[in-house]
Design a protein around this ligand. Structure first.
Ligand code: ZN
Length: 220
């Protein structure tokens, strides 16, 4: 899942208009950024199974980025980091920290919905969960766009962004939706898992930078 995480981040952005929605998008994508970084340094792994051409699902060993315990810890850490960096009044700071932590943890919840049972509860050898929605392609193709549309519908009205930025933000979210749909249906296997990790990490950085730019109001 990719675009769906952005959809949820936009919905969370509705909860606090005074914060650049790009912050929530980055938070919602944090676990994947950690995953690809950890794959590149060899602490986690991704492999392309023999049935990739029909399932389009890589297999992951990712206890430090996508374990339940790890996700709770990353969410808490992100919340604390935001609270320390945020210069707003205490009550707003606490609210933003909670929303950022929620955005980080929302990633794990959505991944647990779509991945095969491969998300560990704690360490590498612990029990794994995953409801495997990606195995039901029509349903998977319905859920992801629904999250994006819902996020845009909740976020855009009253966002305070200009017309141009609102349209651009919607276009980027819809493009990500199309990109995700291609990824889970017709994409070819990547040339190597290192190339996959590098290009995925670069994509995440570009997407976060784009939303941070689009989410910046002219007077804030
Ligand atoms: Zn993920």
């Amino acid at each position: 899942m990719f675009a769906g995480h952005v959809g949820v981040a936009l919905a969370i952005g509705r909860g606090e208009r005074r914060v650049n929605v790009g912050v929530f998008v980055a938070a919602a994508l944090l676990l994947d950024a950690l995953l690809w970084l950890l794959v590149l340094v060899g602490c986690e792994s991704v492999s392309i199974p023999a049935d990739f051409a029909s399932t389009h699902q890589p297999e992951f060993i990712f206890p430090y980025s996508h374990g339940l315990l790890a996700a709770v810890a990353w969410s808490a850490l992100a919340g604390v980091a935001v609270a320390l960096l945020c210069s707003r009044p205490n009550l707003l700071k606490l609210r933003v920290a909670c929303l950022v932590a929620l955005a980080v943890f929302s990633h794990w919840l959505l991944d647990a919905l779509v991945h095969r049972p491969e998300l560990p509860l704690a360490g590498k050898t612990s029990a794994t969960i995953g409801l495997g929605l990606w195995s039901n392609m029509p349903l998977a193709l319905g859920v992801e766009p629904a999250l994006v549309i819902l996020g845009l519908w909740l976020f855009l009205p009253g966002s305070g962004l200009g017309r141009g930025k609102s349209i651009a933000l919607a276009v980027v979210a819809l493009l990500l939706m199309a990109f995700t749909a291609v990824g889970i249906t017709v994409a070819h296997p990547p040339p190597s898992t290192t190339a996959m990790a590098g290009s995925s990490l670069a994509t995440l950085v570009v997407v976060c930078a784009l939303f941070l730019w689009l989410g910046k109001r002219s007077r804030s």
